[in-house]
Design a protein around this ligand. Structure first.
Ligand SMILES: Cc1cc2nc3c(=O)[nH]c(=O)nc-3n(C[C@H](O)[C@H](O)[C@H](O)COP(=O)(O)O)c2cc1C
Length: 325
């Protein structure tokens, strides 16, 4: 049997496949099923900074997405902060895999106090989903990025458990930002978060939410940046997220240098037990290629290891298309 274990955020995972933060991870029975299906770790459904700070109604002003409104209203009502801490405690009792807590936030303000409680009740790590969009034309990229750096500083000063940031795709210099986070001792990054995206309903002439679930082709952006970052900032752990729908895509991201991969949409579509299929496919690939452990091939095709790193860069992509007439 191949050794599927990996190290992520200083934690030993029995498999490289993590179930990412979502409604799939908001209850102990689901987390037990996730462990049974072979996951290496689980990231709990996020608690919102707003939940920690405001009444739900304040958050809902001008929200154009009614399903989200309902969801947040109900979620806030039914899921107090204490319930979140209970979920961590219960999950830790019921499963052996690492339980990673998750906070969605927009600032490094007082919610950070709550992070200490997450640590105290036994979470193995904290994933922080920083989710504001930089829409102010008068604010510089550096000012926006300062929010991330300040938050990393504060969390790393207060917490003993490892901390990872789940990042969006849009940064003017992603390696620069991740490098600054690394120098603030951040343990890992999750690349990438997939935000709700807007669409337009042409009949009703109003904004709506676009498709909530990813497609397998969305792995490409993830692959590029995992490859580049794992080859340039080698000591920060990367969990690849968005577009992992099968064992083959998990293997690609490990080859590109990810420490682990996260899955979500595919499990919504095919059910939690499908995790085992993903893991079996990855294991079958390893056997076929005579790799006895993930460590034998992880990062073999990252920006640093391949002969022609330019393959990861956009210019090569353009040249490729210029040959198609
Ligand atoms: C229904 C749903 C709920 C989600 N809730 C959260 C959440 O609470 N916190 C979070 O960080 N990400 C959340 N996500 C994002 C996922 O964790 C994941 O990053 C994203 O779906 C991309 O991965 P995928 O391609 O495997 O779906 C959610 C995604 C979906 C589809």
């Amino acid at each position: 049997m191949a050794d599927l274990s990996v190290n992520y955020l200083g934690l030993k995972l029995k498999s490289p496949v993590i179930v990412s933060s979502s409604g799939l991870t908001d209850a102990v029975d689901k987390i037990v099923e996730i462990e049974k299906s072979g996951a290496g770790a689980v990231v709990l459904k996020s608690i919102f900074e707003e939940q920690l700070k405001y009444e739900a109604n304040q958050y809902l002003v001008n929200n154009d997405y009614p399903e989200a409104e309902d969801y947040i209203r109900n979620y806030t009502k039914d899921n107090s902060v204490d319930k979140y801490l209970d979920l961590i405690e219960e999950a830790k009792k019921e499963v052996d895999i690492p339980v990673i807590a998750s906070v969605n936030c927009v600032t490094s303000s007082e919610w950070v106090n709550f992070a200490k409680k997450i640590e105290e009740v036994g979470a193995d790590a904290l994933e922080v989903n920083v989710f504001f969009l930089p829409v102010n034309k008068d604010t510089s990229s550096l000012d926006y990025e300062k929010v991330y750096c300040d938050l990393a500083d504060e969390l790393k000063q207060r917490l003993n458990i490892p901390v990872a940031f789940k990042l969006g795709r849009q940064f003017s210099n992603l390696p620069g930002l991740v490098n600054r986070l690394y120098h603030r001792r951040l343990d890992g990054v999750v690349l990438f978060n997939r935000f709700y995206e807007p669409d337009i309903d042409l009949d009703k002439l109003r904004l709506t939410a676009a498709e909530v679930f990813s497609t397998p082709s969305e792995i490409r952006q993830t692959l590029r940046w995992v490859g580049i970052l794992s080859g340039t900032i080698e000591d920060i752990d990367i969990a690849a997220s968005t577009g992992v729908h099968d064992g083959g895509s998990a293997i690609k991201l490990l080859l590109a240098g990810a420490s682990a991969v996260q899955v979500c949409s595919v499990l919504y579509k095919k059910g939690i037990p499908y995790l085992q299929t993903i893991i079996n496919e990855a294991e079958a690939w390893m056997k076929e290629h005579n790799f006895s452990s993930v460590a034998d091939f992880r990062g073999k095709l990252n920006y640093h290891s391949i002969q022609d790193p330019v393959l990861y860069e956009r210019s090569q992509f353009m040249r490729y298309f210029s040959s198609i007439h």
